[in-house]
Write a protein that binds this ligand. Structure first.
Ligand SMILES: [Zn+2]
Length: 380
């Protein structure tokens, strides 16, 4: 079986369904990937992820490299063995966290030097080292080291970032091929940058495609721009990518962004949002997002979402969940995170069904009309 097979394409937009063939099993796309930053999807056990039918989760190279350290994971055998998860894992390269978390960073030709946000210690991450770490983790999909620029970055800096990203891709690709020769089975994805300049996006796509990686991520989106700008640059960039390769957009996790990404032909996405907001008592419902801590839920003996089939909605009331939140009981985070991941898994399954039946756009419009009617937005 090929690395990626497209199963069905919707005739009215770029949405498609497919299957990714990875070392730890098949992944049905489009797919939402829950984020397990510190080798755990926060508040969920591995058995919950299995029950939630997750086929792939995310791990975080920067965090795992600093804590517990790659030697600990190497001793366990792989990140899968270390955390007891036997599905697939995609890991980022650590670049995004170096640029967003580290207390000091300096880009050199070799890579990026940074100070740990934990203890201030100095480290250097190079494209080769990012591949080496992710190979030790035994990631099913690993990402190249890149330079991500935020919304509002000026043209010159954006151009430098994409040039560095392209140069680092060649080095990552060479290191990945060496790892494969030594028996590593994971795939490498390249990352398109170019900030919010269309000609720079064009240039980045051209340089990215010159290196023939198994998959491609569209980076530098969801970095502070408006939803309209996000869609404009997502669709512009996605339209230039080869149809046959899987496409991944990082950092999106609300129904509106997810459905928009699927419409424009994106196959994979991830976000900490469903579990992060779950821990603050915010949950998805078909009628918009809900803050469980609100007074209006105090006497509400109904579920979070009457149509949701998850065990949280089948077994617990809004009044009880509000009580757990108010008393700061750990169970509140667990239940809210479970429901939020279930909700997105269900949404993406419905989206796949709609593409199979060639009715993705009517499905999207119907879902969002209801969802956005009284939306207490989760976007942060
Ligand atoms: Zn539910």
């Amino acid at each position: 079986m090929a690395f990626f097979e497209i199963q069905q394409r919707d005739s009215t937009c770029a949405a498609r369904t497919g299957i990714l063939n990875l070392p730890h099993g098949l992944v049905h796309t489009p797919v939402f990937m829950p984020v397990g930053t510190n080798a755990t999807v926060k508040a969920l056990r591995v058995s919950d992820l299995v029950e939630l039918k997750c086929e792939i989760i995310l791990g975080n190279t920067y965090h795992l490299y600093l804590r517990p350290g790659t030697e600990v994971i190497e001793k366990a055998g792989s990140l899968h063995d270390f955390m007891g998860w036997h599905g697939n894992i995609l890991t980022d390269s650590g670049g995004f966290q170096v640029f967003s978390l580290a207390t000091f960073r300096k880009i050199t030709e070799a890579g990026v030097e940074f100070h740990s946000h934990i203890d201030g210690s100095t480290h250097i991450l190079t494209p080769e080292k990012a591949v080496a770490i992710q190979t030790i983790l035994n990631s099913d999909i690993q990402m190249q080291l890149d330079v991500c620029t935020p919304w509002g970055t000026e043209r010159k800096e954006s151009e430098d970032a994409l040039s560095t990203t392209a140069a680092w891709l060649k080095r990552a690709d060479a290191a990945w091929k060496k790892a494969k020769d030594s028996g590593y089975r994971g795939a490498l994805f390249a990352i398109v940058q170019g900030n919010f300049f269309k000609d720079l996006r064009d240039k980045s796509v051209e340089l990215t495609l010159a290196v023939d990686t198994p998959g491609i991520a569209i980076g530098g989106l969801s970095v502070g721009e408006s939803p309209e700008t996000f869609v404009e640059y997502l669709s512009y960039t996605a339209a230039q990518l080869p149809v046959e390769k899987p496409r991944y957009v990082m950092g999106i996790g609300t129904p509106d962004y997810i459905l928009s990404a699927i419409e424009h032909g994106i196959d994979m996405f991830d976000c900490v949002l469903p579990t992060r907001t779950g821990r603050t008592g915010r949950v998805f419902t078909r009628d918009g997002n809900l803050s469980i801590k609100k007074l209006e839920n105090r006497l509400d003996c109904g579920p979070i979402d009457p149509e949701c089939q998850c065990p949280v909605c089948r077994g617990y009331t809004r009044a009880y969940l509000r009580h757990l939140f108010k008393t700061q009981e750990i169970l509140c985070s667990i239940l809210a995170s479970y429901h939020n991941i279930y909700f997105l898994q269900d949404l993406v399954q419905q989206a796949r069904n709609a593409v199979q039946e060639n009715r993705f756009l009517p499905f999207k419009n119907e879902f969002l009309t209801r969802y956005q009617q009284k939306n207490d937005s989760l976007i942060q």
